[in-house]
Ligand binder design. Structure first.
Ligand code: PTJ
Length: 272
């Protein structure tokens, strides 16, 4: 991929502890810092802004439909023969520590897979994951030796030891094309996407409509709990899971929340 070097002056700010939107601003700073380190691309900041908007609509909480999807996702990852967690710039910047933890709990491989792929970014992301204890990171350099059929973006390049042979793939912050291509290859795809209307959300087998910063730690906790259960119970969780119903619940939640908020506003006394 051709690259362009630019000089951008980025003011570094300390988010005040009293700021009412502190958590959200801290996440922005994390992403900007990760961009300075070459982990996140500028396009990733735009993607985050889209996510922020949906997170606002979801009340910035893990809602019951997301908890249900997290339970199904944990069951699928535990039951999988070759589970792989696909990592891009944004998910590494926001959740590297918990991605490594999850990989250990469910015995999954971690693979770097980038839309805007450069060797330098692959290495920076792998290095970050290693700093949190990842012993093996696939998809870096020559290791991305295979290709996903039907795909034209850089996301098509995968490891034959990882995503190519995986039966279950977790894709936090993904694009719709690759999700569909992975599903077409017969893999069970788990997506984490704040937008229940995105093509990724619609194409995945299990969609966790939540922020990766909340969903991945909860996935770790849920996997730790479910790993003690027998396979029959785990398979029954998967059998009873309906992704279309989950997405419908998420959309319904947003719709109802907006109606309720507008009712509250119109019934409040003027000037309040
Ligand atoms: O690191 P790279 O090169 O692989 O590039 C990654 C980006 C994110 C730039 C690339 O995948 C991209 O362009 O993504 P999109 O198509 O903008 O999609 C991002 C989706 O993730 C949107 O549907 C957002 O709502 C959602 N999203 C953004 N931030 C979060 C999120 N979902 C969960 N948690 C978030 N923090």
């Amino acid at each position: 991929m051709k690259t362009k070097k630019v000089f951008i002056e980025i003011p570094l700010v300390e988010v005040p502890s009293s700021h009412p939107r502190r958590e959200s601003l801290v996440l922005r700073e994390k992403l900007v810092n990760a961009m300075i380190k070459g982990i996140v691309v500028p396009h990733g900041l735009i993607a985050h802004g889209r996510g922020e908007c949906f997170d606002y609509l979801l009340g910035e909480r893990t809602q019951p439909f997301a908890k249900k999807a997290i339970e199904a996702a944990a069951a699928a990852l535990i039951l999988a023969k070759n589970p792989v967690i696909s990592v891009n710039g944004n998910s590494a910047a926001l959740a590297a520590k918990h991605i490594v933890e999850l990989a250990k709990v469910v015995d999954a491989d971690i693979e770097v897979n980038l839309f805007y792929r450069t060797y330098r970014r692959e290495q920076a992301i792998a290095q970050l994951l290693r700093s949190f204890g990842a012993s093996k990171v696939l998809g870096v350099g020559e290791d991305a030796d295979a290709v996903i059929p039907e795909l034209h973006s850089e996301r098509r390049r995968v490891s034959s030891r990882g995503i190519l042979r995986a039966d279950v793939v977790l894709v936090p912050l993904e694009d719709g094309d690759r999700t569909q291509a992975l599903v077409n290859m017969g893999k069970l795809v788990i997506a984490i996407d704040l937008n229940p209307l995105s093509r990724t959300s619609m194409s995945a087998n299990i969609t966790i409509v939540d922020n990766v910063v909340r969903a991945i730690p909860l996935l770790v906790e849920t996997a730790r709990r479910l790993i003690k259960e027998d396979n029959r119970y785990l398979r029954s969780i998967l059998r009873n899971y309906d992704n279309r119903a989950t997405l419908a619940e998420a959309i319904n939640f947003i719709a109802k929340r907006l109606v309720n908020l507008s009712k509250e506003l119109s019934s409040a006394p003027r000037g309040s």
